[in-house]
Design a protein around this ligand. Structure first.
Ligand SMILES: Nc1nc2c(ncn2[C@@H]2O[C@H](COP(=O)(O)OP(=O)(O)O)[C@@H](O)[C@H]2O)c(=O)[nH]1
Ligand SMILES: [Mg+2]
Length: 265
């Protein structure tokens, strides 16, 4: 029975009005990123005995969580995954008419349950996990800058993680490693690892630059008709977003966006 037929309960209407923040919305017409970050994922990765510093199965669980946003009926223009972070860009189909509490809670919930299910499948462990969520408002022109800044963060994290685990394996304590790393400049860190046989420029691209997920159109022939369909693609071999190739890829991805303008409830 539709809710509109129900008896009205004044007490419940009052509490509804006390949901003070439920109507706070993102500014109209402004694009934004939803950034989801895995809560205590260092502990999660240890519990799963994930490979250090990077584990493809772990990264796959994050990619599946990013894809789950599309599969749950949202239409992000792209999703960028790096380390334990999922960045979903909303340009056109703004979820929940921009209501922030709804967006943050439902997207984090979707990513968390997808991550847990994929952990169960790939690591054979039943774990509850959580993502926190925040919204970052951008202009169209700043989309690339935002992605580049996340990618730079991913590169820094990549370098530090390789150095950290190398020194830990050599017997240093975590506090000692932290002290050494704080005192090193980037080129010194590269040098140190190079001497130990690790070339930071030659690790798999997804570890250095992250992974991009987007919908890409393709043509399908049905009887005498050509119809456009969209499939979700993963790109594990990204260029630098600051490069020309990176710029072309972002532009292209934004043009491939499936034309849906409805907001999902
Ligand atoms: N072993 C392993 N750990 C990972 C991987 N990806 C992310 N992590 C962990 O996730 C952490 C993410 O950083 P951050 O959000 O700052 O830490 P958190 O507060 O523990 O979630 C990293 O420091 C790693 O410990 C991976 O592929 N393998
Ligand atoms: Mg985290």
């Amino acid at each position: 029975m539709p809710e509109s037929y129900w008896n009205r309960d004044p007490e419940s209407e009052k509490t509804e009005r006390q949901a003070t923040f439920s109507q706070i919305r993102t500014p109209p017409e402004m694009p934004f990123f939803v950034r989801l970050n895995g809560r205590r994922f260092q502990a999660v990765s240890e519990e799963l005995k994930a490979q250090k510093p990077f584990d493809k199965k772990f990264a796959n669980c994050l990619v599946r969580s990013g894809k789950a946003l599309f599969q749950a009926g949202f239409s992000p223009s792209l999703v960028y995954v790096a380390s334990d972070e999922i960045n979903a860009l909303f340009l056109h189909a703004i979820p929940f008419a921009g209501r922030i509490e709804k967006i943050d809670s439902v997207l984090a919930g979707t990513a968390s349950s997808a991550f847990s299910l994929n952990v169960l499948k790939r690591f054979k462990k039943a774990l509850t996990v959580a993502f926190d969520s925040r919204i970052i408002i951008v202009t169209r022109k700043k989309i690339r800058d935002y992605l580049s800044s996340r990618q730079r963060d991913s590169w820094r994290n990549h370098n530090n993680s390789y150095a950290y685990w190398l020194m830990r394996r050599q017997g240093y304590k975590p506090s000692e490693v932290a002290k050494i790393l704080r005192g090193l400049k980037t080129n010194e860190l590269h040098e140190l690892l190079f001497k130990q046989g690790v070339n930071l420029a030659k690790t798999p691209a997804w570890q250095r630059r992250g992974i991009l997920i987007y919908r890409r159109p393709y043509q399908k022939h049905r009887e005498n008709l050509k119809v456009t369909r969209w499939r979700i693609q993963e790109n594990w071999n990204l260029p630098l977003f600051t490069s020309r190739d990176g710029s072309v890829l972002i532009k292209q991805t934004l043009q491939w966006v499936k034309p849906t303008t409805t907001s999902r409830e």
